[in-house]
Design a binder for this molecule. Structure first.
Ligand code: AMP
Length: 305
């Protein structure tokens, strides 16, 4: 099963209390694609500039990531984001966002992308997300992620995409910003009221809540001693989550719970190094063994059983 993803492919400059990285490769679609490619094949839609050369392209090499839909504009520069984190790694402070080639990007999906079963509308202009969605025939799952930048600048278009999505991934600060609701469960229900079936609330080091109808599933973040850079954790969570789901025949509650844990496991590797450093090193076997550790971590027996 294949996943179409649209989102940023970027250069990021990042500062955390543990170090910094200047113009490292990042972007929501980049983290997502690499993460999802451990489970399913991915078809990427995006744009880069002339500064994104063959050396940068190598991060996608040897993985089932189709780059036919990744345009390169010779006369422009790649999307650039710069952010800083304090000791509370759950809060990213954006220092600079330069849309560059994304400002005028109009995607036309290759024919081979149009029958994808899963569409992931990763963090980018919601109007662009709508344009991509309109070009996919009958996807089984449409999932959406976004960020404070788009909530404040394109709220109406974002609400439009939410109405057309089955699954919405959002971090807790953005959920509060979008709904004005302090309580996360109530906030998630406000989003479900717009028409989607599932909301996944990402809570950084506190884990995730998956809310669908009356059901709630909670998973902690994998406890790590060394966390260097949380950038990309949300997108790689989405990659593990949707990559695993796209490989499943049934989309029942058991699979959704496994998908949540796979998402958490992949994200736990990403934060162990700056940028894409760690995720480019790991294997599916390492993901599966941490998945088993996760099971042991969260298992307990009731006194009645
Ligand atoms: P996260 O997984 O939420 O940490 O996402 C981090 C990635 O989002 C970085 O690699 C950035 O390049 C990208 N990013 C930051 N701001 C934006 C934005 N306004 N639109 C699209 N992508 C962004």
């Amino acid at each position: 099963m294949s996943i179409v993803v649209v989102g940023s492919v970027a250069f990021d400059s990042i500062e955390t209390p543990f170090g910094k990285a200047d113009r490292t490769i990042g972007g929501a679609a980049t983290y997502f694609s690499v993460a999802a490619s451990f489970f399913s094949s991915v078809q990427l839609v995006g744009v880069v500039g002339s500064d994104f050369g063959s050396e940068e392209m190598r991060i996608f090499e040897g993985r089932p990531i189709d780059l036919t839909g990744l345009t390169r504009l010779e006369q422009g520069r790649t999307f650039y984001w710069s952010g800083a984190y304090g000791y509370d790694l759950n809060v990213a402070n954006t220092l600079d966002t330069q849309l560059n080639v994304f400002a005028q990007f109009k995607p036309t999906l290759p024919e081979s992308y149009r029958n994808a079963s899963v569409v992931f509308l990763a963090n980018i202009d919601p109007e662009l997300q709508l344009e991509v969605l309109a070009q996919v025939d009958h996807p089984r799952i449409v999932a959406l992620d976004t960020m404070n930048y788009w909530i404040s600048s394109k709220r109406d278009a974002l609400a439009e995409v939410m109405k057309k999505s089955d699954l919405i991934l959002v971090n807790e600060g953005e959920l509060r910003q979008f709904t004005g609701e302090a309580n996360l469960v109530r906030g998630a229900r406000r989003i479900l009221d717009l028409g989607s079936k599932i909301v996944v609330v990402k809570r950084g080091e506190y884990g995730v809540l998956m809310i669908s109808g009356e059901k709630i599933f909670a998973a902690p973040a994998f406890p790590l001693e060394n966390v260097f850079d949380p950038t990309g954790a949300g997108d790689s969570f989405a990659g593990g989550f949707l990559g695993y789901l796209a490989s499943c025949r049934d989309l029942d509650d058991r699979e959704l719970r496994r998908a949540t844990v796979y998402g958490s496991v992949v994200a736990s590797f990403v934060v162990e190094a700056f940028g894409l450093g760690r995720i480019l090193e790991i294997s599916r076997d390492e993901i599966d063994s941490r998945f088993e550790e996760f099971k042991a971590l969260t298992h307990f027996d009731s006194m009645r059983s």
